[in-house]
Structure formats: structure tokens, C-alpha cells
Ligand binder design. Structure first.
Ligand SMILES: NC(=O)c1ccc[n+]([C@@H]2O[C@H](COP(=O)([O-])OP(=O)(O)OC[C@H]3O[C@@H](n4cnc5c(N)ncnc54)[C@H](OP(=O)(O)O)[C@@H]3O)[C@@H](O)[C@H]2O)c1
Length: 270
């Protein structure tokens, strides 16, 4: 697959300065796609931008945006301007709280929901419409196995990731006829600075079986044309931490899409 032809000339990576976001940016830029890199801290974005410009000769735009803030999507859309964005990667969204719902102020949870759900939704709506009009593009939502069910300390995180999972499945079915790819990439434990910081804060050891961000990004980009779901480290027909395999979920979406044609019709709105 030629990434640049399918998803160029510009990509947005929301949460790009480290970990999986940084790995996505490195691999997308290496494919010759210009990048808009978003994170809160500007210094690591500047360093990454210099690295990518020097290594790959692509254009890089950086911007410090807090994706948890209600105006985040508007800022990203304004920043993108008339640039043709063929790929939107929603990467940021880990839970830095790791606590019971009632043991943190509500603002912490609303920020997590804004980052995972509201900002992502607004950006997918804006850039998705433009991709649909052009008849190509890709939307990649970085998710978690926590989307398949919750547990103590995960109430809001799992809820937000479950929203993204269902949203991605529906969007995949809606955009497939238009040539726009949608993928929910459910990660397992991954060796990112954010995850290591959470482990350190809780005095927990670093597990031996962490996924490497570069592998995760490579896998995510390779699976993007084969949505709606990919579970990291699992074959398409495996359901280790999910209640169904990616293949079973795909088949369910396709079955409901067929059945609901009689009710909704098969066409997109204007
Ligand atoms: N690591 C794991 O074990 C694991 C497991 C399952 C799923 N995931 C998923 O993988 C994705 C990446 O996780 P991660 O561990 O790398 O941590 P993360 O905090 O979600 O992502 C880190 C990146 O996003 C940026 N970022 C975080 N919050 C932001 C905000 N509010 N506004 C703007 N940028 C923000 C960070 O830069 P700044 O700090 O400079 O903003 C950094 O570049 C998340 O969606 C997470 O849910 C991770």
C-alpha cells in the first residue's frame, strides 16, 4: 500500500510528541506525508518536527493544543486551514488519573471525555466530510482493550473508549462506500512515557510484555484499510480480551448495515 497516495498529502496526529503518537508521526512522515503535530508541550514537538524535516524533507506544522479543552477541535481545524488532510490520527487519550470515579474531581473526568470523545468527534466530523467529498482518506482512533468492559479505576476511561469503538464501527460502515478508511486500534499495555509515569506513580513494576510504540504504529497503519477494529497482537479472528474477534465485530456491523438499509436506506446525506 502506498500510504502517501492513499492518505496524503497532510496528516494530523493528535497527541504526537511521545510514545505511540510520536511513532505514528515518524512513520507517516517517512512515507512522505506532511504532518500537523498536536500536543500540549511545545518543546518535544519542536524537536520532533526538526527531526522529521531533516530525515524526510516533509513539511511539519506544530501546535500546542490541550485536546481536553472544549475549543481544541476549533483550534485544530483553524490550524489545518486549506491544507488537504487525508489522515486523522486520534492518539492521545490515556487516563492519567488511575483512580475511582468519586475520588477525583469531576473536571478530571470531563477532560478525559473531551479528549477521547468530544474533540475527536468534532475533528472526525470536519475532516471526515472533506475526505468523503474527495473519495479517499483515513481516520485512525487509538483505543484500548478497556473498551470491551470496565472495572474499578476504569469507569470513565472504559466508557470513553467504548464510545470510540462503537463510533468507529458505525463510521466505518458509513464511509466505506466513499473510499475513506476508519480503524479503531485497541491497544494492550504499551511502552509509552505516559504509561511508565502512571506505573511509577502507583509504585508498580514495569511489565515485561509491553508492546513497542513503533510496532503498534506500524501495525495500526497496515490495518487501517481493514477496519473497523484491530486488536493489537491478535489475529483478525481472535478474541482474547474482547467479547468478539475483530472479524466477528466486522461481520456484525455488515449484517446490521444490510438489515438497516430497509429502514434508513443505503445513502449518505448531503
Ligand atoms: N500505553 C498503554 O499501555 C496504552 C494501553 C492501552 C491504550 N492506550 C492508548 O494509547 C494512546 C496513547 O497512550 P499513551 O500511553 O501514549 O498516553 P497519552 O497521554 O494518551 O498520549 C501521549 C501523547 O499525547 C499527548 N497528550 C496527552 N494528553 C493530551 C492533551 N490533553 N492534549 C494534547 N495532547 C495530549 C502527549 O503530549 P503532551 O503531554 O505534551 O500533551 C503525548 O504526545 C491513548 O489513546 C491510550 O488510551 C495506551
Amino acid at each position: 500500500m502506498n500510504l502517501s497516495e492513499r492518505y496524503g498529502p497532510w496528516a494530523i496526529i493528535a497527541g504526537a510528541s511521545e510514545g505511540t503518537g510520536r511513532a505514528f508521526a515518524q512513520q507517516i512522515a517517512a512515507a512522505g506525508i506532511n504532518c500537523i503535530l498536536i500536543a500540549r508541550r511545545e518543546a518535544p514537538l519542536q524537536a520532533l518536527a526538526a527531526e522529521l524535516r531533516a530525515a524526510h524533507g516533509v513539511e511539519i506544522v506544530i501546535c500546542s493544543v490541550d485536546l481536553a479543552h472544549p475549543d481544541a477541535a476549533a483550534r485544530i481545524i483553524e490550524l489545518a486551514g486549506a491544507r488537504e488532510v487525508g489522515l486523522y490520527v486520534s492518539n492521545a487519550g490515556a487516563d492519567p488519573n488511575g483512580s475511582y470515579f468519586l475520588d477525583k474531581g469531576i473536571e478530571a473526568w470531563l477532560g478525559l471525555v473531551n479528549c477521547n470523545v468530544m474533540t475527536s468527534l468534532r475533528c472526525c466530523h470536519h475532516f471526515g466530510r472533506l475526505m468523503r467529498a474527495r473519495g479517499r482518506g483515513g481516520i485512525l482512533l487509538v483505543g484500548s482493550g478497556a473498551c470491551y468492559g470496565s472495572a474499578p479505576n476504569l469507569a470513565v476511561y472504559s466508557g470513553a473508549k467504548a464510545f470510540d469503538l462503537c463510533f468507529a464501527e458505525g463510521l466505518w460502515a458509513e464511509l466505506q462506500p466513499s473510499g475513506v478508511d476508519v480503524l479503531y486500534l485497541a491497544l494492550n499495555k504499551t511502552d509509552t512515557p505516559a504509561f511508565r509515569a502512571l506505573l511509577a506513580e502507583k509504585n508498580l513494576p514495569v511489565p515485561a510484555d509491553l508492546a513497542a510504540p513503533a510496532d503498534v504504529a506500524r501495525d495500526g497503519l497496515a490495518r487501517l484499510p481493514f477496519g473497523p477494529v484491530h486488536n493489537w497482537g491478535q489475529a483478525d479472528d481472535e478474541a482474547k480480551f474482547g467479547t468478539a474477534s475483530a472479524a466477528q465485530r466486522r461481520a456484525r456491523v455488515e449484517m446490521i448495515a444490510q438489515a438497516s438499509k430497509a429502514v434508513f436506506g443505503g445513502k449518505h446525506g448531503a
